[in-house]
Design a protein around this ligand. Structure first.
Ligand SMILES: Cc1cc2nc3c(=O)[nH]c(=O)nc-3n(C[C@H](O)[C@H](O)[C@H](O)COP(=O)(O)O)c2cc1C
Length: 370
């Protein structure tokens, strides 16, 4: 492992903080680049009013001098506009589907705010900021990471990737639900409006792509080197994600080998893979074909029309609390998914190339691609 990262901070505390260690020296990096990625995280229909006032003005605190990384740990701070974390009465009714009940049992809390403040997906602003640094590094290495939403509730986009990965984000970011197909995006946005009116929430599926990867990132040699395991672990660690698919994923299990695997052929003096059912990973290593991952997000746990719960202070039945909450966060989760994938890919690329500076790394990468 070459890259390590940590996030700290509570949803309504003073700030979120992220630290990334292992980035090489000499990478051009600005706070504005990170802020642009954080702004993309606020895109999409279904978000709560908080997205309007949290402007996520990330500050680059350490690890960068005169616009270039130093090779030392990079620290980012994102101030919270809403810092009301210590205000308000204790919460004693857990929201089904959230960390509230299991977290209170684990740490012995009686005020569920002690769980909610850290379990909240506001934390993902810190991981998105660190992922932006990884994306900047990959970009310099000729690798782009992008995403789109494939379904929200029952509304889905079954179209194949409509453009090169490098143009996908511009296309998806322009749509309300971050789907690449405008008609599908409208259907998804309408589903969110219906759920909102019904006091309900929706989940969905998003897809993350990476293009330009050299072959041989990750390894079959030991289980924890496998790129598919590392990528799916990172995506599964995003709040609300319940399944991750590499390439065909679950669909591969329903097909015969002849329809689920990618044949090889000799083309222009080298072996080429025909098709990309594997999603760009075989044997735990990148194949050099575009990486394709999908992740399924469950519906959000805070419902305006709340689920039945129990007041832990009295033992009596009580409706779950209804804090200000999103109706759907799949478009945002896709952007965060890009960040998490970028962090794993940057780590695997650094393992492969070695090197402490961009000046050392870029020629080594060029040699790998020959
Ligand atoms: C970007 C993002 C925003 C979210 N916003 C909310 C929200 O406003 N309300 C809510 O109940 N859950 C929200 N969630 C989902 C919860 O964090 C998630 O359902 C909860 O952590 C339980 O999921 P888990 O069992 O996978 O941890 C959000 C998730 C993400 C990724």
């Amino acid at each position: 492992m070459r890259l390590r990262y940590l996030s700290a901070g509570e949803s309504h505390g003073p700030a979120l903080v992220g630290i990334l260690e292992g980035m090489p020296a000499g990478l051009a990096l600005s706070a504005d680049y990170i802020r642009r990625e954080l702004a993309r995280r606020r895109l999409g229909c279904g978000r709560s009013a908080r997205q309007a006032f949290e402007t996520d003005q990330a500050d680059l605190l350490c690890g960068v001098r005169l616009g270039r990384t130093l090779g030392s740990p990079i620290a980012v701070r994102i101030a919270n506009a809403d810092q009301s974390g210590e205000d308000g009465p204790a919460v004693t009714v857990p929201r089904p589907g959230h960390a509230d009940l299991a977290g209170a049992r684990k740490y012995g809390f009686t005020d569920l705010r002690d769980v909610m403040e850290r379990a909240s997906a506001r934390e993902t602003a810190a991981r998105t900021a660190l992922g932006a640094v990884a994306k900047r590094f990959l970009e310099e290495c000729g690798i782009c990471v992008a995403s789109r939403v494939l379904s929200i509730g029952g509304a889905s986009d079954r179209s194949p990737l409509p453009c090169p990965v490098a143009r996908l984000n511009a296309r998806a970011d322009a749509q309300p639900a971050r789907a690449s197909d405008p008609a599908a995006a409208r259907r998804m946005a309408a589903a969110v409006v219906r759920a909102d009116r019904a006091g309900d929430t929706l989940g969905g599926i998003f897809e993350v792509w990476a293009d330009g990867l050299p072959p041989g990132l990750g390894s079959y040699a030991h289980w924890d080197h496998r790129l598919d395991g590392r990528l799916s672990g990172a995506l599964m660690a995003l709040q609300g994600i319940k399944a991750v698919a590499v390439g065909l994923g679950f669909e591969a299990a329903l097909l015969p080998g002849s329809a689920a695997l990618d044949p090889y052929a000799w083309r222009k003096g080298r072996v080429r893979t025909l098709g990309n059912r594997s999603g760009g990973i075989d044997g735990g290593m990148s194949t050099g074909e575009p990486l394709r991952l999908r992740a399924a997000m469950k519906p959000l746990s805070s419902l305006a029309r709340p689920l039945p719960s129990v007041d832990l202070a009295t033992g009596r039945a009580a409706p779950a609390p209804t804090p200000r909450a999103d109706v759907c966060a799949v478009p945002a989760a896709a952007v965060i998914g890009e960040a998490l994938v970028a962090l794993v890919l940057a780590d695997a690329l650094l393992e492969k190339t070695g090197g402490d500076s961009m000046r050392e790394i870029l020629p080594r990468l060029k040699a790998l691609r020959r």
